[in-house]
Design a protein around this ligand. Structure first.
Ligand SMILES: [Zn+2]
Length: 267
């Protein structure tokens, strides 16, 4: 547990951009705890992080993290934690939590470029339903026209009558993919209550191991949380060890480069 401005690794790593991005999304609560390891291993004391009262129930809090990359698409992850809250704070959360209107909620499902293939394959399905026999022939002609190669045309002819069944199956597959792809838009936003125990994305890496930052509003909860997770606390010693590992990693890379140069691979 420490002040919200806590220390950061002094060693310049490739991953600081990500850790800054992860930390900037945190609620500015007065207490800060940094834990190593998986979120599943975190021990939650039976108190409410918003008011400190005893808590028997838990709220499922979800956050969307975008892991910025220099190149290519940024992978997006959803992290969900079950965090204890007292009954009064759960009631308050239910009252004030941001809600999506039913229309907006419905629209989230179709906010995807998957709509295009769904319409395409749907149209093919309707053609097949109207006139099943002409479909394989028409497709064979079409594929022959757009690809000069005969392989595709032969494949279409070999599939024959079974071919049209492919289109309803593709529609179903695309719908499932679309629901999965758009799940980020349906993640429930945090309320002022659930921001009482906020968490960052994994700010660790393969060298230092995974870890997250938690910011907490209530002092009693912060103390109990720190005590319950003492084994997993990210300490100055861990920081130092990680710095040594980064250093060792750098030396190995440089040594490998020197050997490669000496052997003539880089000359
Ligand atoms: Zn409470």
């Amino acid at each position: 547990m420490s002040a919200a401005t806590g220390s950061r690794s002094a060693f310049p790593t490739f991953f600081t951009r990500r850790s800054w991005a992860a930390e900037s999304s945190l609620a500015p609560n007065p207490y800060r705890v940094e834990l190593r390891g998986r979120t599943g291993a975190v021990v939650w004391p039976p108190y409410c992080p918003a008011c400190g009262a005893s808590a028997r129930r838990k709220l499922r809090v979800q956050k969307v993290f975008v892991r910025r990359r220099r190149r290519g698409t940024d992978p997006t992850v959803i992290t969900a934690l079950n965090i204890p809250y007292c009954d009064a704070c759960i009631a308050e959360h239910e009252r004030i939590r941001p809600r999506q209107s039913p229309i907006r909620h419905a629209l989230t499902y179709v906010a995807s470029p998957m709509l295009l293939p769904i319409f395409g394959f749907g149209w093919m399905t309707s053609v097949w339903l109207k006139d099943g026999d002409s479909m394989p022939r028409a497709l064979a002609g079409l594929t022959g026209a757009i690809t000069s190669g005969a392989i595709l045309r032969d494949g279409v002819q070999a599939l024959g009558p079974a071919l049209p069944l492919l289109f309803p199956a593709l529609v179903v597959a695309c719908v499932i993919a679309m629901i999965y792809q758009t799940r980020y838009f349906r993640v429930q936003k945090q309320s002022e209550v659930t921001r009482a125990c906020d968490f960052s994305d994994n700010i660790g890496d393969v060298i230092a191991g995974s870890r997250r930052v938690y910011t907490i509003r209530n002092e009693g909860f912060a103390q109990a949380f720190t005590e319950a997770n003492r084994k997993r606390l990210w300490t100055g010693a861990d920081e130092k060890r990680a710095s040594y590992r980064y250093g060792a990693f750098l030396i190995v890379v440089l040594a490998a480069g020197a050997v490669a140069w000496w052997l003539g691979y880089l000359r």
